[in-house]
Every structure is written in structure tokens, then in C-alpha cells.
Design a protein around this ligand. Structure first.
Ligand SMILES: [Zn+2]
Length: 501
């Protein structure tokens, strides 16, 4: 029953990314077989029928099958008629369906007909609860939009309950679209963490630090104190949830406050997420206030002395791109938001060429207006093509890495998720290629980036647990969330109408 590495490889058809290397592909597959051979949970002779009917104590948790398994490993391995074996939250083997089924039986199966299996998507920058402000006002000047709609709505309505409902709504949408990990920055982080714990997603959740009266703090000093208590409370509590620090930006905090946030983060080894070099406004403010550009300022105060996630990075200078690469700052590109609020076009191609880790994010739903990572992939690619006037810029395979493997590295989770490899956490999605827009299918990678949208995702597994199966949500009461969100939105709309009369 155990297969040799050679036999195993023969039964696999691989298609490769341009930069693929067959050697490492073989090694990882041999690893799969070795791991499988050593696995104590390998069942002797269980048939699929008996495993489904009654839980088999020797069976593994889940086998996820697909016409193609797109691993996103360094070699770009794609396995035709493949399957992923999952147990105790981990990926324990990857191979052809025949190979996996001959070695394992599972208490749960996800069929692979017309399905692509791939790693879950990594949304590197979001303000999840802002789903409740989706479409509250659009097509306005930035300051009009902020001062007359977003800030008044936040001051009047953002509390624990707003954050609970808005984050549940966001988790529903992200699960629907195949996002398995997100990096969030908003108020009431303890409530965000409770929702994430309940819905089963993986997240970095920021304690937001901002030097103004906000929904949950009076000042930078107050938000630092409250942030510390949030980080202490969630550090090590749930392996899916990482409390981090979220200093808002260098125009809402001064240099001392920015440095103080980094110092607080260093004490617990926490990452920091910040809006960085986002807009012409920030650039001008930075030059006038600090006499330098945003990234140079951060470097001068030692802000990059620990893991940092920089959201947007639209206006870095050449020297600043070198700093980002040297300091291993994870950059999160948000193409839709950058376009919608006219922030500019980020030099993603230049940053990637310089060795900067660049992932993708949606930003909040008020400036997007959805949380669809497939759309971010497509727009990121097209924006670079038109900006550089080079259709080869940001290819489908490169942008797919930004949403998975490289995105995971950019936020510091490269050893945990982002690819389908043995030993990684089982954050796995199936995309259904049923819709007419997949006919015909010549190239799976091209279709994933240039065709797929969030409605095509069929199943979502995070940490080995199924969160969505055939479009059915298993951890979120969607009827309740829809009702609560609609009722709250009606109150927000009435209050804004009265205010802006
Ligand atoms: Zn943002």
C-alpha cells in the first residue's frame, strides 16, 4: 500500500509556473509519502462507505479533492486529479486522489468534480466592521466623504455592537470569497477577536493607536493603555488569532507616539500594521511636519526594528523601496481602494523587482466596496500593465502568489499558511469551475486570476475545520447577521440624512 516516491511521481501530472523547478516539486511529494508512511493515523483497510456512515477512529479528518490541486509551493506544483489529506488541523499529505485514497480514509470528504483546490486567500489589510458603511456615501472628495459621512457615522454609531455585527458581516463575506486569513485594524479589537474566534477564521487583529478621540479611546496615550490590555488578553489564547498593534498613520500620530507603539510591540514580539505612504496628502504632511517622506521618517525613528506590515505604500521613493526590502517590511497593495479614493498607483512592479514582499488587501468596505480578493488580484495586475504600458507586468502567477504564498510571507505567516504543503495549517479552499465563465478552461492559473469571483468559491476549510460547504455557512448565522446589519444600517442612514439636511 505504501508507494515509493518514484511511483508516486509518475502518477502526477504537474503544470508549472514559469519559474518552476521540478526538483523541489519531487522532494515535497516524496516528503508527502514519507509523512504518510509514518502517520499513526493511517487506516488499514477502511472503505469510504464505512467511513462516511460511522466515524472511524483510525480515519483522518478530511480529504479535499479537486480536478487540479494548485499548491502555490515554490516550484509551482499543480496536481491533476489531486487531493489533500487533513488531520488535526494540519495538511498531512498531498498527491493524486488515487494515492491519497489508497492510504487514508476520512471522516469527511469534499468531492473534486469540477473543483480546483488551493490555499485560502490572505487579505493583508482590512477594516472589517466598515462593511456596515458600505455604500453610505460614494464619489465624493476625500475630505467631504470623511468629514460629512464616515467620521460622523463612526462617532455616533461605532460601539461594541456595531463592531460585532460589522465584523460578522465581513467574516461571512470573506469566507464566501475564499479568504481564510485577514489583517484587521478597527476599534473594539476584543470584540473583533471574539467574532473571529467564533466564526473560525485566522486573523491578525490590531489594537488601533490614534491621537484623537476615537470610538474606543480618548487619545494616543489612552489607546496605548487599552491596546496593551487587549494584546495581553489575546496573546497565546487562540492559535488562529494574533493580537498586533495598529498605529494608524504618521499624520494621526507624532514621532514619539509612533516610537512608543513600536516599543510596546517589541515587549511582546508583536507585529505592527500601519497605513504607510498612502496618499499625496500624507506625503505633503510628512514633508511639512517631519521634513522627510513617510518611510524615511519611520526608518529614522527605528520603527522597522520589528515585524512591520505597511498598508498601501503608493508613494515610496527609490531609496525608500530599498529600505522596505532591507528591513523586510511586508507591503500590502490595495488596488481598488487606491483607485476609488484617488490615492494613486503603487509601484508594485518596482517593489517586487527590488525584493520587497508585496501582498494584497481590500482595505475597508467603505472605500472598495466589497471584500473580494479575486477582484483585487485582477485589478492589481491590470493596473500595473497600464501603468508600465507592459502587458507582461504582474502576471497571473505572480499576482496569485501575492494573494497566497507571498501574502502570507508579507504578514509573517509564511511558515504557517499560504501554500498547500505538508505540515502547514490546513487553510484550504475549493473553487467551483461550474459557471459559464470557466468554459472553456485552457489554463487554470489564468482562470483563477482573470475569471474567478467570490461567488465561485465552493468550500472553505480553516485549521482543518469546514467553515463553508457547497455555499452553506457552518459557523455564521447568516439570517441573523443580515437582519441585524439591515436594521443598524437603517438607523445610520436616517441619522446622516437628518445631519446633512
Ligand atoms: Zn486602511
Amino acid at each position: 500500500m505504501r508507494k515509493t516516491g518514484t511511483h508516486f511521481q509518475k502518477r502526477i501530472m504537474t503544470r508549472y509556473f514559469p519559474e518552476s523547478r521540478i526538483k523541489s516539486s519531487c522532494l515535497s511529494l516524496i516528503g508527502a509519502v514519507l509523512f504518510a508512511a509514518c502517520s499513526p493515523s493511517e487506516p488499514p483497510t477502511a472503505t469510504p462507505e464505512t467511513a462516511v456512515a460511522e466515524p472511524d477512529p483510525n480515519a483522518i479528518d478530511l480529504i479535499i479533492a479537486g480536478d487540479y490541486v494548485v499548491t502555490m509551493d515554490d516550484a509551482g506544483t499543480v496536481i491533476q486529479n489531486g487531493a489533500v489529506a487533513v488531520n488535526d488541523g494540519l495538511i498531512i499529505a498531498i498527491g493524486t486522489g488515487d494515492e491519497i485514497n489508497s492510504q487514508y480514509s476520512a471522516n469527511g470528504d469534499l468531492d473534486g468534480d469540477n473543483r480546483i483546490v488551493m490555499p485560502g486567500l490572505i487579505n493583508g489589510h482590512s477594516h472589517a466592521a466598515m462593511t456596515l458603511l458600505r455604500g453610505v456615501a460614494d464619489d465624493l472628495d476625500l475630505m467631504d466623504w470623511l468629514q460629512n459621512y464616515i467620521f460622523p457615522a463612526e462617532v455616533a454609531f461605532v460601539d461594541d455592537e456595531f463592531v460585532r455585527i460589522g465584523t460578522e458581516l465581513a467574516c461571512w463575506e470573506m469566507i464566501r470569497g475564499g479568504t481564510t486569513t485577514f489583517v484587521d485594524m478597527y476599534y473594539y479589537p476584543d470584540m473583533i477577536a471574539q467574532v473571529v474566534e467564533q466564526c473560525g477564521m485566522r486573523a491578525y487583529i490590531s489594537a488601533t493607536v490614534i491621537d484623537q478621540r476615537s470610538p474606543d479611546a480618548e487619545s494616543a496615550a489612552d489607546s496605548l493603555v487599552k491596546g496593551q490590555s487587549f494584546v495581553n488578553s489575546w496573546q497565546g489564547r487562540n492559535s488562529r488569532i494574533t493580537p498586533i498593534w495598529g498605529p494608524h498613520a504618521n499624520y494621526t500620530l507624532n514621532a514619539e507616539q509612533l516610537a512608543a507603539t513600536r516599543t510596546a510591540a517589541q515587549a511582546t514580539g508583536s507585529p505592527v500594521s500601519i497605513h504607510l505612504s498612502e496618499s499625496p496628502f500624507e506625503l505633503d504632511y510628512s514633508k511639512q511636519t517631519y521634513g522627510t517622506t513617510s518611510i524615511e521618517l519611520m526608518e529614522s525613528i527605528g520603527f522597522f526594528d520589528g515585524p512591520t506590515i505597511g498598508a498601501h505604500v503608493v508613494w515610496p521613493t527609490e531609496d525608500e523601496i530599498k529600505i522596505l526590502a532591507e528591513r523586510r517590511v511586508g507591503v500590502i497593495h490595495n488596488p481598488t481602494s487606491n483607485m476609488k479614493i484617488s490615492s494613486g498607483i503603487s509601484p508594485v512592479t518596482e517593489m517586487l523587482n527590488a525584493g520587497v514582499l508585496v501582498g494584497l488587501g481590500t482595505d475597508g468596505a467603505a472605500s472598495n466596496n466589497d471584500l473580494d480578493m479575486w477582484e483585487e488580484m485582477r485589478l492589481a495586475s491590470f493596473l500595473q500593465k497600464v501603468d508600465t504600458m507592459d502587458p507582461k507586468a504582474l502576471s497571473a502567477s505572480t499576482v496569485l502568489r501575492m494573494a497566497t504564498s507571498v501574502g502570507a510571507e508579507a504578514i509573517g505567516l509564511g511558515d504557517t499558511v499560504g501554500t498547500l504543503e505538508i505540515g502547514k495549517r490546513a487553510d484550504v479552499i475549493q473553487v467551483a469551475f461550474d459557471d459559464v465563465h470557466f468554459v472553456p478552461t485552457y489554463d487554470v492559473i489564468s482562470h483563477l486570476v482573470y475569471v474567478t469571483d467570490e461567488q465561485d468559491v465552493a468550500s472553505v476549510t480553516i485549521d482543518g475545520k469546514l467553515l463553508m460547504r457547497d455555499g452553506e455557512f457552518l459557523t455564521i448565522d447568516t439570517d441573523r447577521v443580515r437582519k441585524e446589519a439591515t436594521e443598524l444600517a437603517a438607523r445610520i442612514q436616517a441619522a446622516l440624512a437628518e445631519r446633512n439636511q
